[in-house]
Ligand binder design. Structure first.
Ligand code: AHR
Length: 532
């Protein structure tokens, strides 16, 4: 179901939002059709990503067994608890660009015996700061983390500097039953007699760039070499490297080239799409901005809707049955350097209410495209781009983005519900003048007659007085709502003020057969109800 279908004009069209700088409450009515549910929203859409980069693994996730910071066998306890709390469905590791330089054998066996190796990100470290990889956090530690959280592992294999046989050995080491292959016995000797049963394998990462600078047809050949002899202990979900979706042209040529070159061969189950709201080439700052920069970020983020459609359509030319699904395994708002936690925490950035609103709008896009997306992974969960957490030594804080993950969690595994949303576009100031931005972002889902409706009002000026009706005579009961907002669009959570931006209970009324609520400006709202 695309955005057009979802946003087709509904019962009561709203006008007057064009003059965006007047402070007023517009009125709108949206219509939900819970009797016509669509695709199941794959829980994996709400997935995660951690890479050996800056302060992500070392400090963010791994504090070490001897640390005074509360930990479970070296893993930061607060990270585990909070990821568990939001039901993190999966965790992608070890990269990113790091993956195509990583040799898995370096990260197994006695910790004291593990080698120190080169980390791809050394080239980005400020002068004099070392990023040598200590390999303290390897595949056993990663699997322990996944088990603690209850997340499914998604491992990115090394195609750029590895070999098919190194990949196959890694898969066998992880998945073969003890007592069969010697590699399985090695795993048992290293503390894990039970096979890891890893299903999700990324066959390289950004193979057009840091993963080997290949052309799509060259990568397609590599892909086939890497997967043809795949050790099939656990039926795999193989993810091929896909396009750089945030390129100016959406990088459609990569998709065409890859699938053309795969003609006559078994297609992958997943095709990776990276989409960063990439502000690095702009003067825009992460934590200090005005209205045009607020809207610029949201507008650029919304381009994802078309990028998904374009690649899906292209994939359909080669695979009408759409056996291959999209895996958006890196997404987030990426600002130019300048707001790092500390110099060695490269790529970390200040996360504000703007990024939380961007997250709500992105999740609504994912939900509306649920039939196309098998998985998505925020880049990255801690101490990085678009993070849910900031951790430094014994300090830890949840960012505003964390709260949006929490608010959207009931969508996981529910079936999408069509939302007719007639709210007119806003005419907003952006870096290069004026632009149109959706006046309301919405998505809904249903599970066991419980409806989840998420709404984002991106306007800095106007609240929305909203009526929510149900098609087919359904009536709502047991209604509750919460809101994430702040009077300052730049609001953030810091170690000193960890709860500056956090959800609050929000009033919602049941009036006859519909719901009524106010949607404040610059806010994400969650409404949950039962329907009879
Ligand atoms: O998430 C940071 C980096 O962005 C990843 O390592 C790479 O895949 C992408 O370019």
């Amino acid at each position: 179901m695309n955005r057009r279908t979802f946003l087709k004009a509904g019962a009561a069209a709203v006008g007057g939002l064009a003059a965006s700088h007047l402070a007023f409450a517009a009125e709108a009515e949206i219509l939900l059709s819970p009797g016509e549910p669509g695709a199941v929203i794959n829980p994996h859409i709400y997935g995660h990503f951690i890479e050996h980069l800056g302060g992500v693994i070392y400090d963010g996730v791994w504090v070490g067994r001897d640390s005074s910071i509360p930990n479970v066998d070296g893993i930061r306890k607060q990270f585990v608890d909070d990821m568990k709390r939001i039901g993190a469905p999966n965790l992608r590791w070890p990269g990113g660009c790091f993956a195509d330089g990583y040799h898995w054998r370096d990260g197994i066996g006695k910790v004291s015996g593990r080698p120190r190796t080169y980390n791809f990100w050394q080239r980005r470290m400020p002068a004099g700061i070392d990023a040598t990889e200590t390999n303290q956090f390897g595949v056993h530690e990663f699997m322990h983390l996944c088990r603690l959280i209850g997340a499914e592992p998604y491992v990115a294999a090394n195609v750029g500097s590895g070999t098919p046989s190194e990949f196959h050995d890694w898969v066998s080491y992880c998945n073969a039953p003890t007592g069969t292959l010697s590699l399985a016995d090695d795993r048992a000797a290293n503390g894990d007699p039970q096979p890891f049963g890893i299903r999700y394998w990324g066959v390289g990462n950004e193979s057009w760039g840091c993963g080997g600078a290949m052309r799509p047809e060259e990568y397609a050949t590599k892909y086939r070499q890497f997967v043809t002899q795949f050790p099939n202990y656990t039926a795999p979900f193989l993810v091929a490297t896909g396009p750089r979706g945030h390129s100016a042209d959406g990088d459609i040529g990569w998709t065409t080239g890859f699938f053309e070159a795969m003609h006559g061969f078994e297609p992958p189950q997943g095709f990776s799409l990276h989409f960063y709201t990439d502000l690095r080439p702009t003067p825009l700052k992460a934590g200090d901005f005005k209205a045009p920069e607020w809207y610029e970020v949201l507008l650029r983020g919304m381009r994802l809707d078309k990028v998904i459609d374009d690649h899906w359509k292209e994939m359909g030319k080669f695979d009408a049955a759409h056996r291959t699904k999209l895996v958006i395994d890196e997404w987030g708002v990426w600002y130019a350097p300048g707001s790092e936690i500390a110099p060695s925490y490269i790529l970390s950035e200040t996360i504000t209410l703007r990024d939380a609103v961007h997250t709500g709008m992105t999740f609504d896009i994912f939900n509306r495209h649920a039939e196309k997306i098998a998985m998505a992974n925020v880049a990255q969960s801690v101490n990085c781009i678009h993070s849910l957490f900031v951790a430094q030594g014994d300090k830890f804080v949840r960012t505003p983005v964390y709260h949006v993950f929490d608010m959207y969690r009931s969508h996981m595994g529910a079936r999408q519900v069509p939302v007719s949303n007639p709210v007119a576009d806003l005419n907003v100031p952006v870096l290069a003048g004026q632009a149109h931005l959706p006046g309301l972002s919405a998505s809904a889902s249903i599970r066991d007659r419980r409806v989840t409706l998420t709404l984002t009002n991106p306007s800095l000026d106007s609240s929305l007085s909203l009526r929510v009706s149900f098609a087919g005579g359904a009536r709502a009961t047991e209604t509750r709502a919460s809101v994430l907002t702040h009077s300052d669009m730049r609001a953030t959570n810091s170690f000193a003020d960890p709860d500056e931006v956090k959800p609050a209970t929000h009033p919602v009324r049941v009036v006859a057969d519909r719901l009524e609520l106010n949607l404040p400006r610059q806010a994400v709202v969650l409404v949950e109800c039962a329907i009879t």
